[in-house]
Structure formats: C-alpha cells, structure tokens
Ligand binder design. Structure first.
Ligand SMILES: Nc1ncnc2c1ncn2[C@@H]1O[C@H](COP(=O)(O)OP(=O)(O)OP(=O)(O)O)[C@@H](O)[C@H]1O
Length: 560
C-alpha cells in the first residue's frame, strides 16, 4: 500500500511540469485566461491528490517499519536465547544491547524513509529524464552526461562511507559498555572513590564517538557541493541553449520551462541521494551487525541422535577422563579428571580459586561441551539427552545469585513451570528463607529490586537455592551458594536438602560445609588431587590438612 501511494505521488510529480508547459504555451503565450484557469485548476487538484497520497504513504510506511522493528527484535531475542555460553562469550552484553536498540532503530528509520522518499528519488530521476526526452530530446541530452556521472560519484561515496559508519557503531558499543559497567558497578565506584577515573573513561569513549560521527558526516556532507555544482551547471546549460532554441523558433517557451522543471526535480532528488547514502551506509553497518548475530552458528545444540524421551531419573553423575579448554584459551582448565557420584550421594568439591570447580560444573548441564572425555548422567552421555530434558533434571545454583525484577514468589516459581504457591513455600522453607520472607512487610509479594538490590547476599543465595529446589532436581549443584550463610543456617539447609533424593554436588571453600559430605574432592590446577571422606583426606592429603588448619587451627587438624 505504501508503495502504491508513493507511485501516485510520483505520477503527479512527473505530470505537473508537463501541464505547466502546456499552460504556458496555450494559456500564457496566447493570453487565454480560461485556458490558464483550466490547467491551473487541474494542477491544484492533482497536487491535492498527491498530498493525500503522501499522508497515506506515511501511514503505511510507518506501519511497515514498526512491524519490521518488532519482528527483528523478536527474532534477535529468540536467537540469543539459544546462544551457548561460548556464543555469549563472543559478544559483550553492551554489543547485544546496541543491536536491540540503536541498530534496530536505524534499520526501522531507513525502512520508513525508504518507502517514503528513498525509493521515490531514483524513480523521479529516471521518470524525469524520460519525460524530458519525450518533451525535447536535444535539450534533455544534458542528462545523459550528468546523471551517470553523479550516480558513479555517489556509489563511490557510499562505498567509502560504509566502513566509516561501522566504525561509528563500534564506538556506540563502547559508550554503551562503559555506561552499562558504570551503572551496574555504581556502588563499587562510590565505595572506591573512582568517580574521576570512570568519568575519564566515559569522556574517552564519548569523544571517540563524537569524533568518528563528525568525521563520517562531514565526509558524506562534502559530497553535497559536488552534486549541486554539477546539477546547477546542467541547469545553466538548459537555460542557455533553451533560450537560443526559443529565439530561433525551434522550441517553445513552455517546453524550455518544462525541461527546467524536470531538471529541478531531478537535481532535488539527486541531492537527496547524499542523505540517502548516509542513511543506507549507516543502515548497512547496522544490518551487517544484526546479520552477524542472526547467522552465528550455535555451537551447542541437541545432538541428532538425542532421545527425546530420555530423562534424568536417578541422578548418577560420572565425569570420565574429562579435559576442558575454554574457546580461545591457551591452556586447558580441566585435565583428565574422573569421578563418580552415585544417586543420592553428597559430594563436596573444595579447592583453590581458579582450580576449575565452576568450569567442571558447567559441563553437566552442557553449558559448555568437554574437549576430551565424557560426562555421563545415569550412565548416558549428556550429549545423548535433549538439552531441555537434561537441564530439567538438574538444579544449578550459580556462584553469583541472580534475581529478576518481580516478587519473591515470581523468583522462586521461576524454577518450575506452573509452580503453585504451596511448592514455592515448601522450597523457601527448605532453603531456610521462609521465616525471613514472612517477616517482610509484603511477605512473598515483596518486590525484588533490580538484581535483588533490596536483599542481603545471604537472602539472595537462599532464594536462588529455593528456585533450584522447587524443580525437585535429580542432580543439585550448589556453586559456593552457601558462602554468605552462618553455620547453623547452612547446616539446617543442607539437612533439608537431604529429603529431595538428589545427588548433590557442592562447591565450597568452607571445611565446615564439606565435612559432612559422603566424599570430598580436592581440586587444584584443573586436577582432582585427592578424593575421600573428611577423615580420609585429613590422613592422606597434606593440602587438605593445610586448608583445615587455616580454618580451624593446627590443633583441630591434627586432633581430628
Ligand atoms: N569464560 C571463560 N573463558 C576463558 N577462561 C575462563 C572462563 N571462565 C573461567 N576461566 C578460567 O578458567 C579457570 C578456572 O575457573 P573456574 O571458575 O572454573 O575456577 P573455580 O575453581 O570455580 O574458581 P572460584 O573458586 O574462584 O570460583 C580460571 O583460570 C579462569 O580464568
């Protein structure tokens, strides 16, 4: 519809100079007022039709562009949802946010302008030149030289400007990144009094953006005088030779005025090209960035022979000779590690920071795939499960508890589709947070601020645990998730977890947490150095004894 109305506008625009010529030849030259009134009224009527068509064109163009923006945002969101961790590592959050906001808006605007002006401009040029030839071929010859010359020149500008605009978008990314890190880390910045430092960082990113934008716009704008010069020269040519032809009686004044009119319209459309180039180059940069995400290979998908009916039923976990190296990293973070956790067993994993504990955890729900060996759940490789089935059976509580905006109930129920209130309360009670929640003025309906700002670290940890428990997982993985809890709360929580009949894998730095586990794995530098009960490790592992000593003192380590 937008296109149709644009064609009506175009038709009027191309017809008007023709009628103007006729009015001059028949009406003005012959001083025939009724003829002037007739052509004049026709032209006013047509102008009104074009005006109405323009309004409808705007209406449909904006409808198309907004619908396109909606679709593309939706598609982008769906694509990011299936991103693997490796895919996510490739794109900083700020780069994805810029794609959702700036890039979509840029494409959206161009689609609007495309349907409104851009597609019309080349048609005005082609139509105007054709009509001019139709009216007076000799005078119209000037277009044969100027139009191809200008188009070649504009294509060159478009090519050069494309690279400059991608640079501008990259700088927008940088500004967004600094701003995002700042907003997220505002408390830390204040606590460390790093305002000046952060301001400098922002000024740097912001000025880079300003400089690159200014340079790019200047470059594109500098094409404008060239365009105007060439177009004005052709106008002078038409007036000069038109005048000579009119004096010689080989052409009429009306024809000369018609050709001048077409030349003006063609030159106006061509001068609009510099604006079009600017929009197209920017949009090309945005569209390329969007395509980059849309066509990105998802490297972690259901394997072809995954059994859709296979679910995690027992919770047996086996890590078999597993090695793992992060994509792009130089060294493996896990080196040939093996262990088995029988269903219902409680395994604690203890070790220095950076020893690979979290990395090992991420292999179970297939957040990453191993680079060697195999991870098995219920004696079947994790790759033989459908991702959804596999993750359904696992309750993973990450190291940093992440809560979403919404109520406490929303956050706990988030762990299980269609969870009812009784389940939410039960999970909260087992995670030892129920009492705290009912003590809040709005209880379970208390709103959780962004990322849980209105809750303490320990409260957030327990809500995250409740969110995992509500799934009744067969394998529960706690990644240092009880670090902020006092000893008695932590012990009650771990006691309550026992009734869930799941295999628990608990990463911890605290011997008090690990002590009661059926087995403790001691990790160091990507390897399992020793495995056994607390007492066994005290006897046979020098490193474990040192850890115990550092937390409970020498006497305890040796007396035990
Ligand atoms: N996404 C990543 N890309 C590249 N290297 C990573 C990535 N995540 C972690 N690493 C590296 O892997 C190593 C192990 O990290 P991991 O988080 O598994 O250790 P951890 O034992 O859980 O430590 P902590 O107790 O501090 O959480 C570290 O050297 C870390 O720098």
């Amino acid at each position: 519809m937008a296109y149709l109305f644009m064609l009506i506008e175009l038709g009027v625009e191309l017809a008007l100079p023709l009628f103007l010529g006729l009015m001059i030849n028949d009406g003005v030259v012959n001083q025939d007022v009724s003829n002037i009134v007739m052509w004049g009224s026709l032209m006013i009527g047509l102008a009104f039709v074009a005006f109405v068509a323009g309004i409808f064109n705007s209406f449909y163009s904006s409808h198309v562009s907004f619908a396109f923006g909606y679709d593309i945002r939706q598609k982008l969101f769906e694509k990011i949802q299936v991103f693997s961790f490796k895919n996510l590592d490739q794109y900083p959050t700020s780069a994805l946010v810029t794609r959702f906001t700036n890039d979509v808006r840029q494409i959206q605007n161009t689609i609007f302008m495309g349907l409104r002006i851009m597609m019309k401009a080349p048609l005005v040029v082609a139509g105007g030149v054709t009509m001019a030839f139709f009216v007076n071929a000799r005078l119209a010859m000037v277009f044969v030289v100027t139009v191809p010359l200008l188009i070649l020149f504009l294509l060159l500008v478009l090519r050069l400007a494309g690279g400059m605009f991608s640079n501008v978008q990259k700088n927008v990314d940088r500004v967004n990144r600094v701003m995002q890190e700042n907003l997220a880390g505002m408390r830390l910045i204040k606590a460390f009094m790093r305002r000046d430092h952060e301001e400098d960082r922002f000024i740097q990113a912001n000025s880079n953006l300003a400089v690159s934008t200014r340079r790019t716009f200047r470059f594109v704008e500098s094409s404008m005088p060239v365009l105007l010069f060439v177009m004005n020269m052709s106008l002078i040519f038409i007036i000069w030779f038109g005048n000579m032809q009119a004096l010689a009686g080989t052409t009429s004044v009306g024809e000369v005025v018609t050709i001048i009119n077409y030349a003006l319209r063609v030159s106006m459309s061509i001068s609009m090209f510099s604006f079009i180039i600017m929009a197209l180059s920017r949009t090309k940069a945005s569209a390329d960035r969007m395509n980059e995400v849309m066509t990105l290979d998802i490297d972690l998908l259901d394997s072809e022979d995954a059994d859709p009916c296979q679910a995690v039923t027992q919770g047996k976990v086996e890590i078999r000779d597993v090695s793992f190296q992060y994509p792009g990293a130089e060294e493996p973070v896990l080196k040939n590690i093996s262990f088995t956790a029988e269903p219902g067993e409680k395994i604690a994993i203890i070790g220095a920071t950076g020893s690979g504990k979290t990395s090992m955890f991420q292999l179970l729900p297939r957040l990453y795939d191993t680079t060697g060996g195999d991870v098995l759940i219920d004696d079947k490789s994790v790759t033989s499960y459908k991702l959804e089935q596999l993750r359904e059976g696992i309750g993973y509580v990450p190291q940093t508890p992440l809560l979403f905006t919404g109520t406490i109930t929303d956050n706990i129920a988030w762990g299980k589709k269609h969870a009812v209130m009784e389940e939410v309360i039960q999970a909260a009670a087992d995670a030892q947070i129920h009492e705290t929640i009912v003590g809040l003025s709005n209880g379970y309906d208390t709103k959780v601020g962004q990322k849980g700002v209105n809750l303490s670290g320990g409260q957030k940890q327990r809500i995250s645990i409740a969110r995992a428990l509500i799934r009744h997982p067969k394998v529960l993985m706690l990644d240092d998730s009880t670090s902020a809890l006092d000893l008695s709360t932590e012990s009650r929580l771990l006691q309550a977890v026992k009734k869930y009949e799941c295999t628990s894998l608990i990463i911890t730095q605290k011997v008090s947490t690990a002590r009661d586990a059926d087995r403790i794995l001691l990790m160091d530098n990507g390897k399992i150095l020793a495995a056994g009960t607390h007492h066994e490790l005290l006897r046979c592992s020098e490193l474990y004894r040192k850890i115990v000593e550092s937390q409970f003192g020498k006497e305890y380590a040796y007396a035990d």
